[in-house]
Unconditional design. Structure first.
Length: 550
């Protein structure tokens, strides 16, 4: 038996199996040290819906394409997106395999704990947990600020003498975050259906936008402007500016791990989570690439688009040449983005709750509570939303600093994607990953995905800290390196101020986990019930002889 298969004791561990009459889902969860507390109310469709609305590449890229446009014009907008699509598919495939092996609401920090050695797993998981929670809070902030900016842009579009102040944008930011939090916490039973509604609003919106801008535009950009004519105003060389532009394009596929944070609310998550992760990524790619071609070909002045305060609204106006029509599309985009805020708020709250459940955060006992009536992590969701609201105040003082924190969300999430895959690769995939997992990349594709993820993220960890424009000035300075240093310092302080003694992680039983995964498999009918019951009884006997560390 390998090191990763040894059971560990933790004060945060939940009670062990009481009897053999438990579902395979509950067995799988208890084998990983936790007890089911959330209702499994999400179907495959509703999980796919929240995964897609979280990433929602076509609306995400509608907000972030201006930098690739400035970095190299049309070719960087299109080809940068293609490169980012391929890279994110490979990275997400490796992550989906881990979610199949160890499904948990904790996501990457839980994966890191499961695959690390007993000596390092607590410290590695603690770091991954903090990075994940911070990244999701910042990601939620990025979606919320775009909604506020859309409202401000529409107001300025109709009243040219009106320019929204940063304070006014911030107040709208707080309003949207409060509304999303209210939806998530007060109507948890309706959340799956709500996500499905926003999913269809988003997909239909992409189709409507695609047809409308293509058919309504009187003139079309020449193909060379979209595919080959590089116009680089960053000060970097064309090669470096392209690589930096690709990093921004990756925002289109941010939070591809979103479905993993619903693992305890979906039947058979080891099969359903990786499936929805890859399917939502595929739908995102199929939506964002045609949409990008449509709006790029339908413009007539890319310089005006790049210089606009809200570029995508300028795209609508150039394509339609109709203020009412452009406003209608902007309002539709506003609704879709609000759906993304709801999804991000729900995922952030659940991730915060999962990390608090393992005592990784301050006030963990309070944050780890599930509301008895609503049956959802109200405390954790509200706490995360308060953090998002308070953090947004930075926007009032400096939009540059605010945007640097947003860049940190892309970097942090990708780091949490890479480290568990790197550990699996280093320690040996066959030794670490259970053979009974539903999603298995195999002996060739698996190592390739893991290696690519580690190398790609390592490269962009450096590139994200470079200034976006040369020569660097205070207004265009990249503060990501400062933010990274600050986040690392916070994690180190939290760890050595006492969490190194109290954060031990859950009790793990690999034999019980594999038994539960076999029950989920296609050969479940051939698996001897007596054999499964024997493993459960053996686990029960061992657990009864062990006293949890207090």
């Amino acid at each position: 038996m390998s090191d990763s298969q040894n059971s560990l004791k933790s004060p945060s561990a939940q009670p062990v199996v009481q009897d053999a009459v438990l579902s395979a889902d509950e067995l799988e969860l208890r084998a990983q040290g936790h007890k089911g507390e959330l209702p499994r109310q999400f179907s495959t469709l509703s999980t796919l819906a929240i995964a897609f609305t979280l990433t929602s590449a076509w609306i995400g890229y509608s907000a972030t394409f201006p930098y690739p446009l400035l970095a190299g014009g049309g070719p960087y907008v299109f080809w940068g997106l293609i490169v980012a699509t391929v890279a994110c598919c490979i990275i997400t495939a490796g992550l989906a395999e881990l979610s199949s092996a160890y499904p948990s609401t904790g996501g990457q920090y839980h994966f890191a704990f499961m695959v690390s050695s007993p000596r390092t797993r607590a410290s590695v998981a603690f770091g991954m947990g903090w990075l994940s929670v911070i990244a999701y809070c910042l990601f939620t902030a990025s979606a919320t600020i775009v909604n506020a900016q859309i409202v401000a842009a529409i107001a300025g579009f109709w009243h040219e003498d009106f320019v929204a102040t940063q304070w006014q944008v911030y107040l709208m930011y707080v309003l949207f975050q409060a509304l999303a939090t209210a939806v998530v916490t007060l109507f948890p039973r309706q959340l799956p259906k709500t996500e499905i509604v926003f999913f269809f609003i988003s997909v239909s919106g992409c189709i409507v936008f695609f047809i409308t801008v293509l058919s309504a535009s009187d003139t079309k950009q020449p193909a060379k402007v979209v595919f080959t004519e590089v116009v680089n105003v960053t000060g970097w060389s064309d090669g470096v500016s392209f690589i930096l532009g690709v990093g921004t394009c990756m925002y289109a596929y941010i939070a591809t791990d979103g479905a993993s944070h619903l693992a305890e609310e979906l039947p058979n998550p080891g099969k359903g989570i990786p499936r929805t992760m890859m399917l939502s990524l595929g739908i995102s790619a199929v939506s964002v690439i045609p949409w990008t071609l449509a709006f790029m070909f339908s413009t007539n002045d890319l310089e005006a688009v790049g210089n606009s305060t809200f570029p995508i609204l300028e795209v609508y106006q150039q394509a339609l040449n109709n203020r009412a029509g452009a406003t209608f599309l902007a309002v539709w985009l506003l609704v879709v983005y609000f759906g993304s805020i709801i999804s991000a708020t729900a995922a952030t709250g659940r991730l915060t709750w999962a990390f608090a459940r393992d005592n990784g955060l301050p006030f963990s006992p309070t944050l780890a509570k599930i509301h008895p009536t609503l049956q959802m992590p109200v405390n954790a969701t509200c706490a995360a939303s308060v953090f998002v609201a308070v953090y947004g105040a930075i926007y009032v003082g400096s939009t540059t600093a605010f945007n640097s924190f947003i860049s940190m969300s892309i970097l942090s999430l990708n780091v949490t994607y890479a480290i568990p895959q790197g550990i699996v690769l280093f320690r040996g995939r066959d030794k670490i990953l259970p053979s009974t997992r539903h999603f298995n990349l195999g002996k060739i594709l698996g190592p390739f995905c893991n290696i690519f993820c580690v190398l790609w993220v390592s490269l962009y960890t450096v590139l994200f800290c470079l200034p976006t424009f040369l020569p660097a000035e205070v207004e265009s300075m990249n503060y990501v390196s400062v933010v990274v240093a600050g986040v690392v310092l916070i994690i180190v302080i939290m760890w050595f101020s006492g969490k190194n003694k109290t954060f031990l992680g859950p009790i793990i039983n690999m034999e019980l986990l594999e038994a539960a995964q076999v029950q989920h498999g296609e050969d479940a009918e051939n698996q001897s019930k007596a054999e499964v019951s024997k493993k459960i009884s053996e686990h029960q006997r061992r657990a009864s002889q062990e006293k949890p560390v207090m």
